[in-house]
Design a protein around this ligand. Sequence first.
Ligand code: AMP
Ligand code: ZN
Ligand code: ZN
Length: 452
Amino acid sequence: MQGRAPARATRLAPARRAKLGRSSVLALLFALLAAAAAAQAGLDPALPLTHVDHGPNSAWAEQQHYVVLVSLDGLRWDYARRDHATHLLALGREGVWAPEGMLPSYPSLTFPNHLTMVTGLYPEHHGIVGNHFYDPARKAHFSMSDAEDVADGSWYGGVPIWSLAESKGMRTACLLWPGSEAEIAGERPTWYAHFDEKAQASAAAEQARIDDAAALLRLPAEERPHFIAIYYSEPDHEGHEHGPDAPETRAAVLKMDALVGKLKAALDATGLPIDLVVVSDHGMAKSEGDWITLDQFADFKGFETDGALLYAESEDDRARAYEELKRVSSQFMVYRLKNVPAELHSNANARAGDPVIVATGPYAIRARAPADGGGKPELGMHGFDPRLVPEMKASFFAEGPDLVAGKTVAPFENVNLYPWMTRMLGLTAPKNDGSLNILSGTLRDGGGEAEK
Ligand code: AMP
Ligand code: ZN
Ligand code: ZN
């Protein structure tokens, strides 16, 4: 069953919804419309959820297990043990855990890695190569802070697991997962929410994600989503502001741990066969030194820049900038795009710029200083190569009926989550950069029943 009937709430075009986000009156209207659509579908969600009527689960989909994927932004690989996060550690003990962490894809930033985890593609293949970047072919910048950009599916490549599931007649829900407000690979989740930076950070909105996940799983079997993705912006925010070792960051880790405990209890109470997967997108390092501003070494006249990304009109300019930046500092390497080391999987997409700067440590690098100087770098930073800055490593815990208990796994690249989660749902993954071999030893009996 692949019903594609548009729902009431989706009549709001992405561009229009973007403007709603900026105006509180219209944002309220959006919330009311979303609530009305949700109520129509038999749900009274705590978050303003948009419902897209895709029809019921197919008979095959109804028989499959459930996967709830939770991301805790910036939960460094070692935080749970360091801060005695009892719920996360119990999840790992009763299921699967990567005690030495999971390797984020480069760059270790939020948007690239959230898209990688749900598509199995390195950022250069799904196209979201940064939180902010320029596309030389489109002659346009993407910014995760721009509500229109994040909801515009034309920026995104790959087949997110929710799009794959929906295309096979399996219903899904995304509660603030980056990219889930866009139509990607021709599909949207049946349920999704609009990201509002301030609103989502309240204690009520944090609890709402748990209440909504539980409510969605209490829907009749034909409507229940089999895949639910949940995003939380902590402990990343505190980690940036106060540094990874600060009491505020530790408190945020324990707050998120308590929410994981509540979610687990709510999922257990449904009695459904649910695999709970808790990950993070990257870690956090204490930043060192002041800004390194690249235009003190090179002339960027005629360049587009975005952060430390450099885009020139001509080959001459690229070659000249490369020569000017080469060997000026031990704090960064400079490569022509095609020569970026293979292990970074970042040498083929023009959105990454050319030449490419790779920091050798936790250093704040930018092409140009903003007019107001931009202030000091944040105390906590990420985005670096996890092979050079191991604090970039992310977290991975998972437990459920499809997973063996008490299993630990060595650090693995996060592209491998996709073939593994699709297997748990019985879906056949399209071609991707991951491999099921990496995590297959954690699966109890090979996963779900393959789709017909
Ligand atoms: P980062 O510093 O790379 O960890 O980015 C974290 C930030 O990403 C959060 O503080 C939010 O501002 C932003 N963010 C997270 N999820 C979303 C989303 N779904 N839509 C837009 N921005 C988001
Ligand atoms: Zn992040
Ligand atoms: Zn961050």
